[in-house]
Design a protein. Structure first.
Length: 294
């Protein structure tokens, strides 16, 4: 049985841990509200933009001329991995890393064996983990969450688009967590480039005789880059909200576990204290009896 001092030290330590986890939960809850508002405002715009591209593409052939719809034989692959900068958020980052590795091993094993798979890390945890696994990691935008805004996401998207159009990559995969609620994040793996044929999404739409102003080519070729940038920005916002939700849930569970441990330690402390008091009483009684015998 541990000594009373050891149990007291553990109680003090667990109390400190409980205070930290409670504080982290409160901070994550405050950040989650802002992050959730941002993604809920973004989703309708992104959805409508994709619907617009799908409808227009179904009635024109202009989209096929875009460099971002060009399908090439896959030799070089870029995997965009969106994780957090910090841990203590449960399996949030581990799930993303596992999904990225699954995509590489299942879809692009030949390219990976040749060293033709590169990682673009958005968030430090994913970049550091995949670097340890000997992948080539582009860390240019690893700190995107330190100052999260559309300008930084647009810069990253433009760099990806330029590299794809120049033939540096033949396909770009995007791996991220989609926010559903505080306790649930949905793992997403989307093909970012080349763009999936939008005509399939608009198959139910009837043929419409559009009047384009300016020309249909200008409209579609301008909408496609916007859609790609929005896709990346939306993924980053989804991941940001998911991170705070996951951390809030993890810290809530950690606080509950710490409270359970604290209750167990207090019971152990009381038992040890009672045993020590009983032992002292027995020693006093034994000494008194010995004195009587003398």
């Amino acid at each position: 049985m541990p000594s009373l001092k050891e149990v007291r030290n553990r109680i003090v330590s667990v109390n400190s841990t409980t205070q930290i986890t409670k504080a982290m939960k409160m901070v994550s809850a405050a950040k989650l509200r802002r992050a959730q508002d941002a993604i809920l405002q973004m989703r309708p715009y992104a959805t409508k933009l994709n619907e617009l591209i799908a409808t227009v593409s179904a009635n024109t052939e202009v989209g096929a001329t875009s460099p971002f719809t060009t399908v090439r034989q896959v030799e070089k692959v870029l995997v965009v991995v969106v994780t957090s900068d910090r841990g203590l958020c449960g399996a949030f980052n581990a799930n993303i890393i596992k999904a990225a590795l699954a995509v590489i091993n299942e879809k692009y094993p030949t390219q990976a064996a040749k060293g033709n798979v590169e990682i673009l890390a958005l968030g430090k945890k994913g970049g550091e983990a995949l670097q340890r696994r000997s992948f080539k990691v582009n860390d240019t935008y690893m700190s995107i969450f330190q100052n999260l805004n559309f300008a930084h996401a647009r810069s990253a998207a433009e760099a990806i688009m330029t590299a794809f159009s120049e033939g540096k990559y033949d396909v770009v995969e995007l791996v991220y967590n989609e926010f559903k609620n505080v306790a649930t994040q949905i793992l997403r793996v989307d093909q970012m480039l080349p763009l999936v044929d939008k005509k399939a999404d608009a198959s139910k739409a009837s043929k419409i005789d559009y009047i384009f102003e300016p020309s249909e080519e200008e409209i579609v070729l301008e909408l496609i880059p916007k859609a790609i940038k929005m896709q990346l920005y939306k993924a980053v916002l989804e991941s940001n909200a998911s991170e705070h939700g996951a951390r809030m849930t993890a810290m809530d569970k950690a606080t509950d576990n710490a409270n359970e441990l604290l209750r167990a330690l207090k019971i152990e402390y009381n038992r040890s204290r009672q045993a020590a008091i009983t032992k002292e009483i027995l020693e006093i009684v034994g000494g008194a009896e010995a004195l009587k015998g003398d």
